[in-house]
Design a protein around this ligand. Structure first.
Ligand SMILES: NC(=O)c1ccc[n+]([C@@H]2O[C@H](COP(=O)([O-])OP(=O)(O)OC[C@H]3O[C@@H](n4cnc5c(N)ncnc54)[C@H](OP(=O)(O)O)[C@@H]3O)[C@@H](O)[C@H]2O)c1
Length: 230
């Protein structure tokens, strides 16, 4: 059985508005907001990608944003792209399935074989982790063991962010603050998922750095889980 400590160090990085939102409204691409990042911050984002072995986003972000997840604004190697997608229903025309960088699609055992094969036919790795849904702790161990991933960056969206935090898989958070308020009760925010039952379940963060990058405030936190085993 795999050693649970053998998983990548995980940095969650996101652009958020002053009211904690990730997009203009539900169902829209974050690329609209990202246009308002300063150039220096775009460089920071791409430097961070280049400094990681892998980058992961949720399958819904791929469906909405059709991201490339490559390093473009700085010199450096694009990281391995990782997309958890339980039923392997990622559109086959997705940019992330293109040849610009290697990609791993994490699927569950329920994923239909023909969809898995269609993804493999594009030269993309498919990793089965989990029964009904992608088992994120297992996926982290497989990335460590089979793909040599030691440092992983998670770039959202809120559903994946919540599951990664819920499983205590995130070590650090870096936020790029955009000076806007967009509002909207159901507009995606940094973390979605389930409501917590009480203050005991709050995940505590330790602020470790803050600075201006171009015109954007950047904040950096360590994640301090209660009952953490390591
Ligand atoms: N501002 C930013 O920095 C930023 C960054 C990224 C995204 N976004 C925005 O976020 C929005 C999308 O967020 P979202 O919350 O709807 O989706 P998401 O977090 O991108 O993707 C969630 C999907 O991932 C799949 N998944 C597979 N295994 C999972 C697991 N174990 N745990 C969690 N998810 C798993 C699930 O689909 P299956 O059940 O089909 O597997 C799930 O519905 C978009 O509007 C996008 O623009 C913003």
């Amino acid at each position: 059985m795999a050693d649970s400590r053998e998983r990548p160090h995980v940095l969650m990085m996101s652009e958020i508005t002053a009211d904690g939102k990730l997009t203009l409204k539900k169902g829209t691409s974050s690329k609209i907001l990202m246009k308002y990042m300063s150039h220096e911050t775009e460089l920071l984002l791409h430097q961070t990608r280049a400094g990681c072995d892998a980058i992961m986003v949720g399958s819904n972000t791929i469906k909405i944003d059709n991201s490339f997840l490559t390093v473009r604004y700085v010199t450096g190697k694009s990281p391995l792209r990782v997309i958890p997608c339980s039923m392997a229903d990622i559109p086959l025309a997705s940019n992330v399935l293109g040849p610009e960088a290697p990609t791993v699609i994490g699927v569950s055992r329920k994923a239909p074989e023909e969809r898995v094969q269609a993804i493999r036919d594009k030269g993309v790795h498919v990793v089965v982790a989990g029964e009904d849904r992608v088992d994120l702790p297992l996926l982290m161990q497989l990335l460590w063991k089979d793909f040599g991933v030691r440092r992983l960056m998670v770039e959202g969206g809120p559903t994946l962010n919540w599951h990664m935090l819920h499983h205590q898989l995130v070590n650090e958070i870096r936020l790029i603050h955009l000076p806007f308020i967009v509002g909207g009760a159901d507009t995606p925010s940094l973390v979605g998922g389930m409501q917590i039952g009480s203050e005991d379940e709050m995940i505590r963060l330790g602020l470790k750095n803050f600075y201006l990058c171009g015109t954007n405030l950047v904040t950096e936190y360590d994640v301090q889980y209660r009952n953490a085993t390591e």
